[in-house]
Design a protein around this ligand. Structure first.
Ligand code: A2P
Length: 342
């Protein structure tokens, strides 16, 4: 049956992508409720042939829905997530609020679909961090086939990871600096991002490690089911509007054969492999032809160490890293009769 859907954070960067995806994927929607902060109350957004009026979340009385997609930040999820779940909704949460909670599956449908075999007791499913999703989708066949000693990576994360305000901050800063003026004061990022590279994503958590770097380790371990996976990263914000890139080094316990890696990646659903020396070369955020898949290039064995493998992974962080994953979770919940069964 068609479903009653709420989107919390409907006016944000991820919310907008989700609305577009629901529209283009012919998802069975009977009612779409769009919720945001008071500032957006009354805004009119088109969905299919209808105009939906955005409602302020803190003014609604009922929180009933079949599925509630949350993408309005951790504080909003923490405050309202359980309210929607208690009223029967399956909450699909894009924030950091519940990801490490043992009663909340952390789900990437291509990687650990079995985590959603039944309705979670909490009524909540978490969407991982954007950098984690593209990483684990590319790593899945490799960690399954090989005995991995450790993984070291650097991320190159786009401004859209900071939402629409993050994109505005980059664009305004770029215009100012291009005209010889100082960029506006940074709000979404620790420093102005235009013409800059910032080696900090999220707060510094502990021992000099940022929240983003910690999420990558904890979330990858939980999704891949490898609690002892050795993974370390430096997460960097770069002046790209949209599309996260990652330079990933895997060190295995055994020599790695490039042909086998090519085969594993070329046959992994939802992963597109770029072979060095062909006309396509390698993926870049500016040239992402398909925002639904994870793009992997520059695959090479370390000439100094036959057990070392480099990958360059690029994906649309708003789509693969958020909206697409959330929608795939919803589809999995439908096919497992967790929602929409009545
Ligand atoms: P609004 O547009 O009304 O501020 P982004 O990640 O692009 O910055 O978007 C964040 C989303 O979360 C927006 O839709 C924003 O609504 C919404 N949001 C932010 N704070 C709240 C809140 N306190 N209650 C409900 N929605 C919120």
């Amino acid at each position: 049956r068609a479903l009653d859907i709420s989107i919390i954070g409907a006016t944000g960067a991820v919310g907008a992508e989700l609305i577009k995806l629901l529209e283009s994927s012919r998802f069975p929607v009977s009612r779409l409720r769009l919720l945001a902060s008071r500032t957006s109350g009354g805004r009119r957004l088109r969905f299919r042939d209808e105009i939906c009026i955005v409602e302020p979340l803190d003014e609604i009385n009922d929180t009933q829905a079949d599925i509630a997609f949350f993408s309005a930040g951790g504080a909003v999820s923490a405050k309202y997530g359980h309210l929607f779940a208690a009223q029967g909704a399956l909450v699909i949460d894009n924030s950091n609020a519940f990801r490490m909670n043992p009663d909340v599956p952390l789900l990437v449908p291509q990687v650990n679909p079995n985590a959603l075999a039944a309705r979670p007791r909490s009524g909540i499913v978490a969407n991982p961090n954007c950098s984690t999703i593209q990483l684990v989708r590319a790593l899945r066949p490799l960690v399954t086939a090989f005995d991995v000693h450790q993984i070291i990576l650097t991320t190159y994360q786009a401004a859209s990871g900071g939402g629409l305000k993050g994109i505005d901050e980059l664009l305004e800063g770029t215009r100012s600096v291009s005209r010889g003026r100082a960029p506006p004061r940074a709000e979404r990022f620790p420093f102005p991002l235009a013409f800059n590279v910032i080696p900090q994503v999220g707060e510094i958590a502990s021992e000099g490690v940022t929240l983003e770097e910690r999420k990558l380790v904890q979330e990858s371990r939980k999704i891949l089911g490898l609690p002892h996976l050795r993974l370390t990263s430096t997460c960097v914000r770069v002046p790209v509007i949209n599309g996260h890139s990652e330079a990933v080094y895997l060190e295995l316990h055994e020599p790695v054969h490039l042909k086998q890696v090519h085969e594993l990646l070329a046959t992994e659903p939802g992963v597109r492999l770029y072979i060095d020396g062909t006309h396509e070369g390698y993926p870049m955020p500016r040239l992402l032809k398909d925002p639904m898949v994870v793009h992997v290039g520059r695959v090479r064995v370390n000439p100094e160490n036959p057990c070392g493998l480099w990958l360059w992974i690029v994906a649309d962080n708003l789509q693969v890293g958020a909206a697409v994953n959330a929608l795939l979770i919803a589809k999995l919940a439908i096919s497992n009769n967790i929602v929409g069964g009545k």
